[in-house]
Design a protein. Structure first.
Length: 67
């Protein structure tokens, strides 16, 4: 039986990949209406952070034994 943090890591990783792909798409094909801080590309940053945190959670809780 896996702990809940293993599944949280999986969900974070999957959502991070989706946000990262969307950020890369918007980087290649920018929107016509520019937001205030569009040039910082927050979706790329947050997608990467979510992927890293998700992988950390998965690796840290991969072989945890529960009584």
């Amino acid at each position: 039986m896996k702990p809940i943090w293993y599944f949280v890591g999986l969900i974070l990783s999957i959502m991070g990949v989706v946000i990262e792909i969307n950020g890369i798409y918007l980087l290649i094909h920018p929107s016509a209406d520019k937001k205030v801080l569009f040039y910082l590309h927050p979706d790329i940053w947050w997608g990467g952070i979510m992927i890293i945190m998700g992988v950390i959670f998965v690796l840290k809780n991969k072989n945890v034994k529960i009584l």
